[in-house]
Design a binder for this molecule. Structure first.
Ligand code: ADP
Ligand code: MG
Length: 700
């Protein structure tokens, strides 16, 4: 992560210049005072004692008690970093970065030196790093290289109650590490709900509770179900701002679009208010926070608002537990969140808006009672809370695509996934479906063993189809081109489309269009940027996010390093891009769609309708080829295909023979589904055979 590291270095030196020498001392002093004020500080000695005496400890404490920022430092101060690092995993990238930054400030060192972080495609650690924050996915990948995690003395699995997919897999793996390495310590932190379950999983280990310091929160329900929660939330903010005593507001929304919409609506209402009153209203600082927000803007939620304005933070569930902001007295809870669900029938993950669980709603409400007695406005009815919400969230492992997990566990030599030590095993149907998808891609053989292609795919921190695309690029001699496309697909959209300049920005984007492919359009954008010396002003002129492009360049160079390590040469096809489309097809033929009507497609396997997105270059140029493949399906008002490429039907037959054959093209969907069912049953049976014979050999 050189690029981002430099950005941080720049940022902190800028801060130093502003913060004059005189105030530097008081700032440090107040940081120490802040540390000592945290609830965890009062139990520091007892906590360290329990850790010294036990290999595994579960630590429970209210959010904001200091678990994430303090425990790593305590362990370091107590000598646990003498023989290895102290690692701390986070389910979210934002949390890993922001917490590492905070701790480096508390320890008065540069971020990336003694304290660092690592997230996918960005490693801000160095030879001196002793405290390392990272996403759980990063640690999981590290177990591929070092199954015993020899670099670490202690691992803290933070926010374990979130039950992210990677955390759940790590549970099983770290349990083995604990058994093999007597010198290794594991700490699992959790909100109260799952503590006992975690303790039982590791063999009834001690549960250490940090005494809480919270204030009562008054909970107010909506009288009737609300039709438009954005509108309701905006009204509630205004009424609090006009008539309630000082104190910051936190609103929970489901995603970026809604957050932007809400922020915009609130600022509009503020303007109206001022216009009507003909004078300045009490200032309100409106601050969005979601994972894709640039980090300098994210940092704003922790800062004091200018002129002592009331802060109004509009957040996703990121602010539920991972990030703690002091001074919140009012919480507005829509009761919804975006949750990724795997639909085995459609064979895809879909982010969908769902009511949150009761536990999550209570957690959200609790955020209002950290600094004083607070109020939580629930934009749903009490009856919905009692009767419609689930008591606890469903662990991710039970609801998402397991492709990556299967690939990873297979390469860790876990032969039989159905026997892996999962705290809550995923539904067998999901495991088998993910295995089937990997088989379709050629990563697993008929009996569910990793193929040589599969073994190569594991090396890349990418979703299986993207890894396959890269390796097909090697086979088809166009790695250079595919590498760029994969990198561009690994960052948020680089197209900038401000609402007030929509037409202008659309026109700018059209100039990059490659008629038959959105993937190639992305390649084109990148190449043109490169031609223009990777310049930032050029991006601005062409309505492109320079940060996104820089990130893509960074990702590209990291993937290039892996390719080099794998001894895969950087082949290129020059300007003959047809072969690039074929590489894309080889990895996404499971997402093939056939033209059915005007601009209307249906998925070739499932018959599900899917549409070209208005932002697609194919849509823009009115080009509707007979067959396309798409990167993913987005379910909004319609089923939209995101990132589409025209393909030749004979490629589909050649690359995805299990789905398509020339002869087959007239067979009904029903028949194809039946065929798929049969194939899966055969694979299941064969795997069963292998298991049985293995068990038999073991018995002999
Ligand atoms: P926990 O993990 O128990 O929820 P944390 O260690 O994350 O608690 O937070 C403890 C306190 O540290 C918070 O209440 C907040 O005051 C402060 N803090 C944490 N992260 C940051 C940050 N990025 N910037 C400023 N203050 C922070
Ligand atoms: Mg925490």
């Amino acid at each position: 992560g050189e690029v981002d590291f430099k950005e941080h270095a720049k940022f902190s030196s800028h801060m130093k210049q502003k913060g004059e020498a005189a105030s530097e001392f008081s700032k440090t002093k107040s940081l120490t005072e802040q540390r000592q004020y945290l609830p965890i500080f009062s139990v520091r000695e007892e906590l360290l004692q329990v850790v010294r005496e036990n290999q595994v400890v579960v630590v429970v404490g209210e959010t904001g008690s200091g678990k994430t920022t303090q425990m790593t430092q305590y362990l370091h101060e107590d000598g646990h970093s003498t023989y290895g690092m102290i690692g701390c995993t986070q389910p979210r990238r934002v949390a890993a970065m922001s917490v590492a930054k905070r701790v480096s400030e508390e320890m008065e060192c540069e971020l990336g030196d003694k304290v660092g972080y690592a997230i996918r495609f960005e490693d801000v650690t160095g030879p001196n790093t002793i405290i390392k924050y990272m996403t759980d996915g990063v640690l999981l990948r590290e177990t591929l290289r070092e199954p015993d995690l020899d670099q670490y003395n202690v691992v803290i699995m933070d926010e374990a109650h979130e039950r992210s997919l990677n955390t759940d897999v790590l549970f099983g793996i770290l349990k083995q590490v604990v058994a093999r390495r007597r010198d290794f310590k594991l700490i699992v932190t959790s909100a109260t709900l799952n503590a006992q379950k975690f303790s039982n999983f590791f063999g009834s280990v001690p549960v250490f509770r940090i005494p809480g310091r919270t204030f009562p929160v008054n909970i107010l329900y909506s009288k009737s179900p609300c039709e438009d929660y954005v509108d309701a939330a905006v009204k509630q903010v205004m009424s609090i701002h006009i008539s309630c005593p000082p104190g910051d507001i936190l609103i929970f929304m489901t995603g970026q679009d809604e957050i932007e919409c809400t922020c915009f609506a609130i600022s509009e209402r503020m303007e109206q208010l001022e216009a009507n009153a003909r004078k300045a209203a009490a200032p309100l600082s409106i601050l969005p926070i979601y994972s894709q927000l640039p980090s300098d803007l994210q940092a704003k939620i922790f800062q004091k608002a200018e002129g002592g304005a009331r802060k109004c933070i509009v957040a996703t569930n990121i602010a539920e537990t991972s990030l703690t902001v002091d001074g919140i007295l009012y919480v507005i809870d829509t009761g919804y969140g975006k949750i990724k669900f795997y639909n085995p029938r459609m064979g895809m993950d879909a982010l969908q808006v769902f009511p949150v669980s009761r536990a999550a709603a209570d957690q959200r409400a609790g955020r209002a009672g950290r600094t004083g007695p607070g109020t939580c406005y629930r934009l749903f009815t009490e009856s919905a809370y009692q009767n419609e919400m689930l008591p606890n969230p469903v662990p991710e492992i039970q609801r998402t695509n397991l492709g990556n997990v299967v690939l990873l566990l297979k390469s860790l030599n876990v032969e039989n996934l159905l026997d892996f030590d999962f705290m809550d095993p995923p539904p067998q149907e999901n495991i088998l479906n993910s295995m089937y998808q990997l088989w379709v891609l050629g990563a697993l053989d008929n009996v569910g063993r990793l193929t040589s292609l599969g073994r190569k795919m594991v090396e890349f921190p990418l979703d299986p189809p993207l890894a396959k695309m890269l390796l097909s690029g090697d086979e088809l001699h166009c790695v250079n081109e595919v590498l760029t496309i994969v990198s561009m697909l690994s960052v948020p959209s680089v197209f900038f489309r401000p609402k007030d300049r929509a037409e202008e920005s659309d026109a700018a984007r059209e100039k990059f269009f490659v008629p038959e492919s959105d993937h190639l359009t992305l390649l084109n954008v990148y190449l043109r940027w490169k031609e223009n010396q990777y310049r930032g002003d050029w991006c601005n002129d062409h309505f492109l996010h320079v940060k996104g492009l820089r990130k893509a360049r960074e990702v590209r160079s990291q993937l290039l390093d892996i390719l080099k390590m794998q001894k895969i040469p950087l082949s290129t096809c020059g300007s003959d891009w047809d072969v690039v489309r074929k590489a894309i097809c080889s990895a996404y033929f499971h997402n093939a769609a056939r033209l059915k009507g005007v601009g209307e497609y249906v998925n070739c396997r499932t018959g599900m309708p899917c549409h070209l997105h208005p932002s697609s270059s194919l849509y823009g140029l009115g080009y509707t080829p007979d067959y396309v493949v798409y990167h993913e399906l987005v379910l909004t008002a319609k089923e939209y295909m995101q990132c589409v490429t025209a393909v030749e039907p004979q490629w589909l037959a050649e690359l995805g023979p299990m789905f398509f054959s020339i002869k087959d093209s007239h067979t009904s969907r029903l028949e194809q589904r039946r065929k798929q069912k049969v194939e899966m049953t055969v694979m299941e049976k064969e795997m069963e055979e292998v298991r049985r014979s293995q068990a038999e050999t073991a018995r002999k």
